[in-house]
Structures are given as C-alpha cells and as structure tokens.
Design a protein around this ligand. Structure first.
Ligand code: EAX
Length: 321
C-alpha cells in the first residue's frame, strides 16, 4: 500500500475504533512531588484530562528531571517540553519585559502581587511571550523570597557582606545582591542543594514553600524573613505544540492552567505559616524582626539600572496600579 493510503487507513481505523489516541502532555518543574508546584501540576492534569474527556493525558516530571527552569523553557521553544510550571527567575532571559516582576520590594504583599498579575498588566506580559515561542497560560505563584544561610544571622545589609549567595539566573537579582555587598552566584535550581551541602555557596534565597519542599534545613542554619522579592510562577506552554491545537483545545489548556494557578496559590498561603513552624522544628533559627528599610535603601540603584535598560513604562503601571 502506498504510504498515503496507509495513513488514511490508519486514521480511519482510529476513528472507526471510536477511540482517538490520547496525546500525553509532558509537564515539567524543578520541585519535589509534594511541593506547591506539584499541587499545581496535579490540578493541571485533573482538569485537562477531564475537560478533554481523555483526549489529552498529562505526565508530570518533577524535581528537575527535565532539567533546570532555563533548560525547560528552552524545551518549550523547540517543542521537546510541552508545559512547564516555573518561577520567573530565568524567564527574563527569554522575555525581558518580565524582569520588572523580579524587582526587589516592588510588591507589598500577596494581594497586591496577585491583583497586578491578574489584571491587564499580567495579561499584557503573558501575551508578550508568544513571539518567543513560549505560551503564557497563567500566572501561578512561588512566593515571597527570604534569605537563608549557613554563616550568621542576617538582620541588616552589613550581615550579608561578602556572603556567597546563590541567585537564580536573573540579572536583576544578581545586581540587587551585589548592591548589598554579597557575592551573587547564578545557578540552576537542581544544582543548589549540593552546592550548599559542599559549601560552594553560603546562602540562597527562596520562598518558604521551596525551602520546605527541598528540605533546606539540612544544609542551612538561618532563615531571615527579608521578603525581599515576590517571586511569581507561571504556567507556560510550548509554542510548537500550541500552533497544532484547535481553538477548543487551546481553551482546555487555558482552563487547566487557571486551575493549576489557583491550586498552587492556595498551597503557598497554607505553607506561609505551617512551613515556618516546620523550619523551627527542624532546627533552623528564624529571624523574623528584619528591618526591611535598610535593604530597600541599599538596593535602590537596581531600579535605576533597570529603567536605564528596560524603560519605566511597565514599572510605572505597576506602581500606579
Ligand atoms: O521555581 O530557582 C529558584 O530558586 C526557584 O525559586 C525555584 O526553582 C522554584
């Protein structure tokens, strides 16, 4: 049989059989399978499999099994990864407009951050991803980032002086920690636990959700509630996959991404309090009375270099929101 006839026969068989073969969506993230990202992955899976009536199934790849966040975003662009739940850490390397979200002390609390991301500002930023073959499906959440280290209590900028701190692969964060007098080392998340264990870096900064999910109490003695950055997360899709989907199928993915974001946000708030109690139980020294003003003052130059490079349009929209 000519190839063409064979293909027609095969697809006819599928239709005659009444069962369209399910397409398995590969969804990756870097956290453990009991993390707030995994809660979001479960919600994505349940929703997409339900609304598509089994036309799509979802396979979760947690714990960086598909690589770090930057690797997986590259995978979205070329179609080797179908969907990712990721922080915005490395995203600015692909979609520079999102760097504004990573500015320290930009958002005052969870309500402020969520309302901005759920407004036309957030929609605008999601929409700017498609030209980079990344589909911004929904804003999820990582949480307010706090500093941990294995050297000393951190209560003021001077305590960070000379500290080797791992940052995400994010120029805004690296600039901020340099302004504080620390020595920032950008590193993919899957390498971080070992780097802390071996003393390659003294410190890192992440939301309580991540610190709990990755058991950082095993390699860090102090946590200071600096809350220096609100770390958004995003549910992202692959551009090549998206161009193959019908309007109805795209609607299914959007529904699944919204459900994912809602589930992750709920888990973040739960862990904000419960997680801190756990870190104390595990022996971490929790410094709660951090005066943020000196930190905010010290990193002020980061805003200047940001607007010099990226302009102030998006920043003004967020500040005036
Ligand atoms: O997205 O790299 C990081 O520190 C991120 O916060 C973590 O991977 C969760």
């Amino acid at each position: 049989m000519k190839f063409k006839n064979l293909t027609v026969a095969a697809s006819a068989l599928l239709i005659v059989g009444g069962t369209v073969e399910a397409r398995e969506i590969q969804l990756g993230h870097v956290l453990s399978d009991d993390s707030h990202y995994s809660v979001g992955a479960d919600a994505f899976k349940e929703t997409l499999e339900s609304v598509s009536d089994g036309e799509f199934t979802v396979r979760e790849h947690p714990a960086g099994s598909l690589g770090g966040e930057r690797d997986m975003i590259e995978g979205l662009q070329i179609g080797t990864v179908d969907a990712v739940i990721t922080s915005t850490g490395p995203l600015g390397n692909f979609v520079p407009e999102t760097y504004v979200l990573d500015l320290p002390f930009l958002f005052t609390d969870y309500e402020h951050a969520r309302s901005v991301l759920d407004s036309e500002i957030g929609d605008d930023l999601l929409g700017r991803m498609e030209q980079h073959d990344i589909i911004g499906l929904a804003w999820s959440e990582n949480g307010f980032r706090h500093m941990t280290n294995s050297r000393n209590e951190v209560k003021e900028p001077a305590d960070v002086d000379g500290m080797k701190i791992r940052t995400m692969e994010n120029q805004v964060h690296m600039n901020a920690f340099s302004e504080l007098g620390a020595s920032p080392t950008p590193m993919a998340f899957p390498e971080l636990f070992t780097a802390l264990q071996q003393g390659t870096v003294d410190a890192q900064e992440n939301p309580i959700t991540v610190i709990v999910a990755t058991k950082f109490w095993e390699v860090q003695d102090y946590i200071s509630l600096t809350g220096h950055v609100y770390s958004p997360a995003a549910v992202l899709g692959s551009g090549p996959l998206w161009s193959d989907l019908s309007e109805q199928e795209k609607q299914w993915f959007n529904e699944a991404a919204q459900a994912s974001a809602e589930a992750t946000r709920a888990e973040v708030l739960r862990l904000e309090t419960e997680g801190l109690d756990l870190l104390r139980e595990k022996g971490m020294t929790v410094i709660e009375d951090v005066d943020k003003a000196p930190f905010q003052e010290a990193i002020e130059p980061v805003y200047e270099s940001f607007t010099d490079q990226y302009g102030d349009e998006m920043l003004d929209r967020i500040r005036n929101f």
